[in-house]
Design a protein around this ligand. Structure first.
Ligand code: PMP
Length: 367
């Protein structure tokens, strides 16, 4: 049988595995940071209406610049993220992964490098590799916060072209303060100057306000967001960025023509009409997140402070064995390969209770 190694695959892809969490059929799935709440019926109806309208024109290419959608995303950010932005500041693509890919295609590439502070979202390294961008693994402190002095020292030494700051960070849940972002941004400007990308995929779940206002007057600072989490629309594939209009002009150099289908644009617009209901679910998830953190601590686990819709907890001598034991109790969570720690996504109250029951049993078994 022919294998990948028999094909002339690019050297940097040889021996690598594709990104992906196990998709197992178990009663409680809390492993991919999805929103557990299905879209409300009124929104499902509205999506059907808007998609029907779009279907009438499917013989035509979509609006290549997605102007109506970018205008509504800008209005959403202006209303909820503490800073006024306009259509010209916003760009959208198929999930924030595609936004990040476009940023790396534009500002990274062969002969260039990107840095992230790990453990963090592993796709930053993978998309870097896929775009021929060298990857630099930056440090994090013991408590998973970013050590500003250490981070700035690596930026000064390595002079990366792209700096990723994930806030709240995946898989640790750690938010990054504005002062830290500003210090790293300053170091990056002194070193190169380079682009700084704040990945705020979980921004709506944070106790802290969005870092969006920091883009003002900083044309090399980009904020990346997604409708996969807070909008409960992971299946939609809609991510977006906010930045100086020059960044929006620049990513258009690499985007495929008509990359965002009319159906995607129509669906995202329908979802944005129901923002208030969806943000109501976010509030419920934040309350459940805080409940899970305190219950996990009561049971006796260490928990990393979380500003996301997931929680990192431990510590386990053998995290993978603990992951398997929890799975054996019918609850699928995530082993991100951080030694000693596991990650659970916040589900519905009933799913969270099932998870708590499973980890209580595990805690009794191992202590
Ligand atoms: N950034 C972070 C930090 C994430 O955790 C994820 C999804 N797991 C993404 C970006 C990508 O999300 P999407 O492509 O669904 O917008």
């Amino acid at each position: 049988m022919t294998g990948i190694d028999d094909l002339p695959v690019r050297d940097e892809l040889r021996g690598k595995s594709p990104y992906g969490a196990p998709q197992l059929d178990v009663p409680v799935r809390l492993n991919t940071n999805e929103n557990p709440y299905p879209l409300p019926p009124a929104l499902v109806e509205r999506i059907a209406e808007r998609v029907k309208e779009a279907a009438r024109d499917l013989n035509r290419y979509p609006d290549r610049d997605a102007v109506e959608l970018r205008t509504e995303l800008a209005a959403y950010l202006s209303r909820t993220a503490g800073h006024e932005v306009s259509t010209a500041n916003v760009w959208a693509a198929n999930g924030s992964n595609e936004v990040l890919q476009q940023l790396l295609q534009t500002f990274g590439g062969p002969g260039r490098t990107a840095i992230g502070f790990e453990p963090s979202y592993s796709m930053h390294a993978l998309i870097s590799r896929g775009t021929g961008t060298g990857w630099i693994s930056g440090p994090r402190s013991e408590d998973f916060t970013i050590d500003v002095a250490a981070a700035c020292a690596v930026i000064a030494a390595e002079k990366p072209d792209v700096v990723f700051i994930t806030s709240p960070n995946n898989p640790t849940g750690t938010a990054v303060g504005a002062e830290t972002v500003l210090a790293l941004h300053e170091a990056a400007q002194a070193a190169k100057p380079s682009m700084v990308v704040i990945d705020e995929a979980y921004g709506e779940f944070s106790h802290a306000p969005s870092l969006l206002p920091l883009i003002e007057g900083r044309p090399r600072l980009v904020l990346s967001r997604t409708m996969s989490k807070a909008f409960g629309a992971a299946g939609l594939r809609l991510g977006y960025l906010a930045a100086d209009p020059a960044v929006v002009d620049a990513v258009q150099l690499v985007r495929l023509p008509y990359h965002l289908s009319s159906v995607t644009q129509a669906t995202a617009l329908a979802a944005l009409e129901h923002t208030d209901t969806l943000l109501g679910y976010v509030e419920q998830l934040k309350t459940e997140r805080d409940r899970l953190v305190s219950e996990l601590r009561t049971i006796g686990y260490d928990v990393t402070a979380s500003d996301a819709n997931f929680i990192q907890f431990g510590r386990f001598e053998d995290a993978h064995a603990a992951w398997q034991a929890i799975l054996d109790h019918g609850v699928l969570i995530r082993d991100n390969g951080v030694p000693g720690w596991l990650r659970v996504s916040v589900g519905t109250p009933a799913e969270n209770d099932a998870f708590l029951e499973a980890v209580r049993r595990l805690h009794k078994e191992i202590t």
